[in-house]
Design a binder for this molecule. Sequence first.
Ligand SMILES: Nc1ncnc2c1ncn2[C@@H]1O[C@H](COP(=O)(O)OP(=O)(O)O)[C@@H](O)[C@H]1O
Ligand SMILES: [Mg+2]
Length: 296
Amino acid sequence: MARKICFVNYKGGVGKTSLIVNTAACLAQKGFRVLLFDFDTQSNASIWLMRLDRWNKLNIKGEGSVYSIFNPGTAKLKDCLIKDVVKSKTGDPLLPGLDLVPTTFNLVDLESDYEGDPKTPPYLLFHQQLAEFESDYDYIVFDCPPNILRASQCGVFTSNEILVPANPDALSLIGFTLLVEKLMLFHRRSASFRVSGMGTPAQIKGIIFNSIKANVDIEVPKMRMQLRLNQFRTQKRVSPKAKIYQAQIRDATVVRRAVTLGLPVNMVVKGSDDSVVSDYNKLAGEIVRHEDTTTF
Ligand SMILES: Nc1ncnc2c1ncn2[C@@H]1O[C@H](COP(=O)(O)OP(=O)(O)O)[C@@H](O)[C@H]1O
Ligand SMILES: [Mg+2]
């Protein structure tokens, strides 16, 4: 059964997209079958992995991205899959096992213009369509915008786990706190749509610190985050196993450069023991080990 994991925080710019793209690439390199969903209208993960020219064509066409399934009758989710998305300039697969369902700018219309059956909210439709092929994967990961509006709800509803990317600062802590509130609200509102076999609603399993600058002590912001996490654990608002991940991602110029190259970082830098690639690999390993079925 695929592990379905949402990467979300109510704070933008913390590194959600960079974390998900690079961690998914490490998981694929370890031999797992990985599917990445881009649920952010900005389409950063899609542009990164498809490269601008390929993505531009899709965006102009307005079909074949995740939004297509919400336009009744135009597409099935399975038809939007891009297999082995990371390709060389000549089209050869560079990272077999990493697939993408891309997004395009029209996903923003989902927030205002969903005309489907009110008895089938977008997240239920998405969940039903994903169920048709999710067993093809070991990991399905969802890159979300910094909110739990309709697009993110698709990932949150179907997921079992939530990971919260954060920077060591006060705004990330505020974003995390707001996320917990909005998540509880969404779980309550969507409870009647859950069907048997779905398991418990997605729980927050961890905080991942990203963009850590060399020689900067992050103990204080880390301690503040830990205290908030403990408080939420006591209140049973996050998983009893929720933790701050040991693996943290250093600030490295190559992460920004990789976007321009249209490659995940592990395809740009061949992993040395002391590089940002090793950080992403450690994180991928920790995610793999942090599997537990503990419920509220
Ligand atoms: N570890 C890192 N080192 C350096 N820059 C990073 C790192 N992680 C993210 N960035 C940069 O920070 C910015 C925001 O990251 P992004 O992944 O787009 O965040 P989000 O998806 O949360 O908005 C981008 O310019 C990205 O290249
Ligand atoms: Mg993003």
